[in-house]
Design a protein around this ligand. Structure first.
Ligand code: LMR
Length: 408
């Protein structure tokens, strides 16, 4: 009967995008979705992606055949190298298996599905612990596959930095063997990452508790502008010998948002049987993938693969990443300076302390709604702004609007 299906609310982020597009104001500013924009508020096709596209279009062998179930082989190995480092012992010892996915969302989903099916060691808790806050979609992806979720403290409202003590206390109190979702870098939505020393403490604590790390990495290259530095946490946990999984997105760092390019990786702990374990995991991932999407999309995977397999294009990609992260850092400095010059009540150092695509401004929901209705500035209700929506033309307007709503 029709009444069995209740009306669901619109996705808040895509609803925000729709409202922004419908707003006729010439002053409107989109600080909503985490997608890079250039200084003219336009999407930026990375120059290196344009080159790869040209290579692909001139390839007489290119066609529209199915990829294998696990995806494009030329991409998978390089995608793992990018995370774990090309000289990673885990890769050399064949302890890594990778599957191409529908971007980061598909990778988180495949990992969630895999864990829902196989992470059931007797007596071990299967709850997935998410940072509070986290990317809103994490909640529904894990819930959809039937895994219970809980949260650990992450963001301190006082310092607008990491609530490290709260996080550690919560991970210590969680039952042994819990699944812990960690953002590898450029935490979404807060822009707050643990320091290398804090990551070491988290790894030690998780090892003592036998927790299972589930990394989500959607912003490699956006946090520091350096791909290796942004992989610090992943490499640390791999070196520490954890069995772990990684969801990797190429949406942001290649600007391939709509092409849905990404990978899921499983890494086994070092042991005499780890290569066999990895082969068995690969066989199960293939079954899950086949039943969900059969085989992944080809275009974005080819673009990423062309770049990752060509040293000159790879170097150019790193340059493109520095352009994006550099412009974002510039906007952080300008927004902070604008607010400080206006004497806006409060401290604004967190805008430059936070990293990656987002800043968690500390603005209240009422202030966010006022910015939307009175100034046509769009951001999520939790006060997150996508820094890439700021540019040299609108940053002063945004600073003065924030100044006004903060003073009300
Ligand atoms: C975001 O958080 O803005 C992005 O990750 C886009 C998305 O899919 O939510």
């Amino acid at each position: 009967p029709p009444e069995v299906v209740p009306q669901a609310p619109e996705d808040p982020l895509f609803g925000l995008m729709r409202a922004y597009k419908a707003d006729p104001s010439p002053n409107k500013v989109d600080l909503g979705i985490g997608a890079y924009r250039d200084d003219n508020a336009k999407p930026w096709v990375l120059p290196v992606v344009k080159k790869a596209d040209e290579i692909l279009r001139n390839d007489p062998e290119a066609n529209h055949e199915y990829l294998p179930i696990a995806g494009l082989a030329a991409l998978l190995g390089r995608a793992a190298d990018l995370l774990l480092g090309p000289s990673s012992p885990a890769i050399a010892e064949k302890r890594v298996t990778s599957v191409q996915t529908i971007s980061g969302t598909g990778a988180v989903h495949l990992g969630a599905l895999f864990l829902a099916r196989f992470y059931q060691i007797q007596g071990v808790n299967r709850t997935v612990y998410l940072s509070n806050p986290t990317w809103a979609n994490h909640h529904q992806i894990f819930t959809n596959v039937g895994l219970p979720i809980a949260t650990y403290p992450y963001f301190s409202k006082e310092t607008r930095g990491l609530d490290f003590e709260g996080m550690k206390a919560s991970l210590s109190a969680a039952p042994d063997g819990s699944i812990i979702l960690l953002h590898a870098c450029a935490h979404n939505p807060t822009g707050v990452d643990p320091t290398p020393e804090q990551w070491r403490d988290i790894a030690a604590l998780m090892k003592a508790k036998k927790h299972f790390p589930f990394f989500d990495t959607a912003y490699q290259g956006f946090a520091s502008g350096d791909l290796d530095r942004d992989a610090f946490a992943l490499r640390l946990f791999a070196e520490e010998g954890f069995e772990l999984v990684i969801a990797q997105s190429f949406a942001k760092n290649f600007g391939l948002y709509g092409e849905r390019a990404g990978c899921f990786h499983y890494v086994a702990s070092p042991s005499p049987t780890s290569a066999e374990t990895t082969t068995r995991v690969a066989s199960q991932l293939a079954i899950l993938q086949r039943s969900e999407i059969s085989n992944p999309p080809i275009y974005g995977a080819r673009i990423a693969s062309i770049v990752l397999n060509d040293p000159a294009l790879f170097a150019e990609w790193q340059d493109n990443l520095r352009t994006m992260s550099g412009r974002i850092q510039d906007m952080r400095a300008k927004l902070r300076a604008g607010l400080e010059a206006l004497g806006t009540p409060g401290r604004w150092n967190h805008i430059t302390d936070q990293i990656g695509m987002f800043s968690f401004t500390g603005l209240s929901e009422a202030q966010v709604l006022k910015l939307r209705s009175d100034y046509h500035i769009y951001m999520t209700k939790n006060g997150r702004i996508s820094m890439a929506g700021l540019n040299s033309k609108n940053v002063d307007y945004v600073a003065s609007a924030v100044d006004k709503v903060v003073r009300e």
